[in-house]
Design a protein around this ligand. Sequence first.
Ligand code: FES
Length: 566
Amino acid sequence: MNPAPKRRRSRDWFDTPELYGWLRVAALRSQGLMPEGFQDRPIIGICNTWSELTHCNAHLRQLAEAVRRGVWQAGGLPLEFPVLSTGEFNMRPTSMLFRNLASMDVEEAIRANPLDGVVLLSGCDKTTPALLMGAASADVPAVLVTGGPQLNGNWRGEEVGSCTDCRRYQTELRAERITEADWNELQGCIIRSAGHCMTMGTASTMACLAEALGIAPPGNGSTPAPDSRRLQLAESTGRYAVELAQRDVRPSQILTQVAFDNAIRVLHAIGGSTNAVIHLIAVAGRLGIELRLDRFDELSRSTPFLLDLKPSGRFLMEDFHYAGGVPALIAELTPLLDLSAPTVTGRTLGENNLGAKVWNRDVIRPLSAPIHTEGGLAVLRGSLAPGGAIIKPTAATPALLTHRGRAVVFNDHDELNQRIDDPNLDVRPDDVLVLRSSGPVGVPGMPEWGYLPIPKKLLAAGVRDMVRISDARMSGTAFGTVVVHVSPESAVGGPLAAVGDGDLIELDVPNRRLNLLVEPQEIARRLAEAPKHPPRAERGYRWLYAQHVMQAEAGCDFDFLRARRS
Ligand code: FES
């Protein structure tokens, strides 16, 4: 690839007659390092989202040690630094509110410091996109390694996945088919080890897509967190980072349009998270690449769904790993991918995965006999979503993918919680549940409220799925006939704000339609009369967020963070 750079970036910090050049060496010596031991080495930052508030990333200090070994082995100087860690369970109202903040932290930490390269350590849902966005903007040589998925959960002999089965059993608890004691016992089994959720949720999806993008090494997507091969992988990223720094290979040379197309194909083949659409668009936007929703749909039409993992299927990430992981899947997708794409290993995507085999055909289906002939995600448009909306047909009820029903509208999440289990709620199994005021500006932050609960009285009647529509997101681990990311969101005047109880809604996934069956003039009249959304924050980061966040089809990034086209 690139010849070695004439001069390392980090030398600008040290080769200066100013006092601070001398002080920077003194600062390294204060940490026990001798100048003769580090002077000629490229400096490799280990950008760590470790936090005990992010349980999925709580083991990343151990991984950082392995990275450190790899950096020293290859002749670099490793220096670890922390960045904001966005824990999925703890952060309120949603970790998504802080993804952009974390990305700014990453970008500026890399840019401000004497780093020749960086290893990005992530795991939980938003940490991987935040690191990729920040590293893409900084454009200093970078390689990503994630913490890996948890081992399969097991409850009473049944393999259970976080958090697909948490959601399924919570529904059974509400339907009074399991007891509080059962529910409490499950709590102790569902997260069995270190690592991130081991279904094909957002964390697993982004870890697999990073591998397909070429910014993470082969094996990154599926190697379990406690597996010794995860540490070996981390050690190798330390070596790769030094090599990338020596050759000055930057993220912008890896994360190209071709790489994004490869990642979108893999996203469809694995039945990945709806959130990945937002995150890929955001990462691409940092590099001046415009990923349109229509591109996702175009590639969905021609990419078969191959991977039988929860929430769309039966298995878990550990099974995927034993079946061959992303390398085997990439080998299976060979005719659909551009295998000449460069990667952080110095080899092409094809060279990385040469000879990879599928070891379990129940988990990874052959291209010739897929689970579905089309991909895991579909883009919908229509009078209810002129800017687009997303559904995961592989995790939906097939009979509901073409459906017309009466709208039952909830104005916001609080109202949903108050009314959903009201015995007097006028709701039937073939109705369409609608939630608004839950988009990027509306909350703010676009929480994962799109998986609306089924009303208790319908649960008692045996109903387990309904069409649900919102401007919110949905957890990658969730399932059902759930339409999310409706754009424009209701808080900025999208048609979702015009839906009234009893209006007819048409969902037609095969034809990619989502329509509010109300006359356009009436929709316009209702929107003109709809109450304006008051700003929720008057100062600080939340104010900045509400002022500058873009809609879902633009990746929910801040307008001022996208790359300038020039
Ligand atoms: Fe971190 Fe699921 S809570 S990936």
